[in-house]
Design a protein around this ligand. Structure first.
Ligand code: ACO
Length: 181
C-alpha cells in the first residue's frame, strides 16, 4: 500500500457512525448520542478529523482520528483562578478538549500531536482566549506524555473524578496557557 497521506478536515454528519464506533472502541466512558449529534452537526462543539487520503476502496475519507472541544467563558470553569483577566478586551474564554483519539493502527505517527496543534492554533487565533484545558485519567501514560511534550501544565489531581463500572479513578487537569495568561 502507498505511503499514508494524513489530512485534517471538519467532522460532518456522514462521520456519525464511525465517530461513535471509535469512541466505543477506545474510551472506557460512554457518551450520549446527543454528544455525537452535536459534534457532527456542528452545534456548540468544535471538532477536527484526521483522514488518510492514500487509503483505497472508499476509505480515503474515513476517520482515523479526531479531537472534540468546547469554548466557553473562563470565569465559569474550574480553572478560573488560574486566568488573568483584563476586562477592557471583552470576556476571556477557554477551550476545553472533550475527547481526543487515534485508531490503534495509526498511532505513534504524530497524528494526535497535529490534532492538538489544530486546537491550539484555533484557540490562539481568538484574542480573548486564555488557554486550552482537559482532564485525563491518571493511568493514561501515552496521553499524559503527549500533553507534557506539547507544553501543557499539570495543574491539579482530582481524586475520584471518573467513575467507571462503579470504581473511582483520579484524573489530572492539564492546561496549555495562551495569549499571556
Ligand atoms: N515515529 C515514531 N514515533 C512517533 C512518531 C513517528 N513518526 N511520531 C510520534 N511518535 C511517538 C511520540 O513521540 C509518542 O511517543 P511516546 O508515547 O513514547 O511519548 C507517541 O508516538 C504518541 O504520540 P502521537 O503519535 O502524537 O500520538 P498518537 O497519534 O499515537 O495518539 C493518543 C495518542 C491520542 C493518546 C492515542 O494513544 C489514543 O487514541 N489513545 C486512546 C484514547 C485516549 O487515551 N485519548 C486521550 C484521552 S484524554 C482526552 O480525551 C481529553
Amino acid at each position: 500500500s502507498s505511503r499514508p497521506s494524513i489530512c485534517f478536515r471538519p467532522i460532518n454528519p456522514s462521520d456519525l457512525e464511525r465517530l461513535e464506533q471509535i469512541h466505543r472502541d477506545i474510551f472506557p466512558i460512554r457518551y450520549e448520542s446527543e454528544f455525537f449529534q452535536n459534534v457532527v452537526n456542528g452545534g456548540d462543539i468544535l471538532s477536527w478529523a484526521a483522514v488518510d487520503r492514500s487509503r483505497p476502496d472508499g476509505l480515503s475519507d474515513e476517520l482515523i482520528g479526531f479531537v472534540t472541544a468546547k469554548i466557553g467563558p473562563a470565569k465559569e470553569t474550574e480553572i478560573s483562578d488560574l486566568i488573568r483577566y483584563n476586562s477592557c478586551k471583552g470576556e476571556e474564554t477557554l477551550v476545553y478538549i472533550l475527547t481526543l483519539g487515534v485508531v490503534e493502527s495509526y498511532r505513534k505517527r504524530g497524528i494526535a500531536k497535529l490534532l492538538i496543534k489544530e486546537v491550539i492554533k484555533y484557540a490562539s487565533s481568538i484574542p480573548v482566549c486564555r488557554g486550552v484545558y482537559l482532564h485525563v485519567i491518571a493511568h493514561n501514560s501515552p496521553a499524559i506524555r503527549l500533553y507534557k511534550r506539547m507544553s501543557f501544565r499539570c495543574v491539579r489531581r482530582l481524586h475520584g473524578f471518573y467513575i467507571i463500572n462503579g470504581q473511582h479513578f483520579d484524573s489530572f487537569l492539564f492546561v496549555y496557557f495562551i495569549n499571556g495568561s
